[in-house]
Design a protein around this ligand. Structure first.
Ligand code: PEP
Length: 241
């Protein structure tokens, strides 16, 4: 079965022209391209095989929320996936588990596929709190979806992304990532059975190391930041999924 490659461009590139070029070079099946908000719609028009993703959303549908973007707005321009709770938003922008839970519910209620990011900081890892942190992030992040929620999304993606491995060139070892992904899968056993759940790894993934993660059937894809901005890297990575 093919695996999923989610390309998180973060706040890159600087211009629409560069974004369209990169999108053309990333247009492959089983790839999700997540550009910055201003470029999403135009990138969506270019993509024929890849799916469109967003890097964030707000939980309300509309109203006086300056600067925010709703699930409905994203859906209306063809977005299918949305990254929620990325560590850069948790740790640089103060996003809490409670905010993340509301975003996740808004995404799921509107038929967007949520990509919930979880993972421990270096300090949490050193203090042997990795499992406790991930358990909390999962339990709280998923707390508003379930039996009572009118979830329209059929699928939920979890990206295990150790914070210390993101953008550092220091990835988690494939063996250790596998162990943590198995732990995540165990925790998710009691989640709503109608949801199809996949767990991905993210953190300094590139074309050199991607295959070492994807060789494990339990690692169902990768969330890639830095390497997603280089067309040669993307083209090598898609050959591995
Ligand atoms: C990310 O943006 O989620 C990420 C994993 O970044 P990088 O691949 O650059 O570590």
């Amino acid at each position: 079965m093919s695996k999923l490659l989610i390309l998180n461009w973060k706040m890159n590139p600087a211009t629409l022209e560069e974004a369209l070029f990169l999108a053309m070079e990333s247009d492959y099946k089983d790839v999700v391209v997540a550009p910055p908000f201003p470029f999403i719609e135009e990138v969506g028009k270019i993509l024929k095989k890849a799916e469109l993703g967003a890097q964030d959303l707000f939980w309300e549908d509309k109203g006086a929320f300056t600067g925010e973007v709703s699930a409905k707005e994203l859906k209306s321009i063809g977005v299918k996936y949305v990254i929620i709770g990325h560590s850069e938003r948790r740790h640089k922008l103060g996003e809490t588990d409670e905010m993340i839970a509301k975003k996740l519910k808004a995404a799921a209620d509107n038929g967007l596929i949520p990509v919930l990011c979880v993972g421990e900081t270096k300090a949490e890892k050193d203090a042997v709190k990795k499992e406790a942190v991930i358990k909390r992030q999962l339990e709280k992040g998923l707390s508003l979806i379930g039996q009572k929620s009118k979830v329209k999304s059929q699928m939920l993606l979890i990206a295990y992304e150790p914070v210390w491995a993101i953008g550092t060139g220091d990835p988690e070892t494939p063996e250790s990532a596998l162990k943590t992904i198995n732990y995540i899968k165990k925790l998710l056993k009691t989640t709503d059975k109608s949801l199809q759940i996949k767990v991905l790894y993210g953190g300094s993934v590139n074309s050199q190391n991607l295959g070492d993660y994807l060789k494990y059937k339990e690692v169902e894809g990768a969330l890639v930041g830095g390497a997603s901005l280089k067309k040669e890297e993307v083209q090598k990575m898609v050959k591995l999924i």
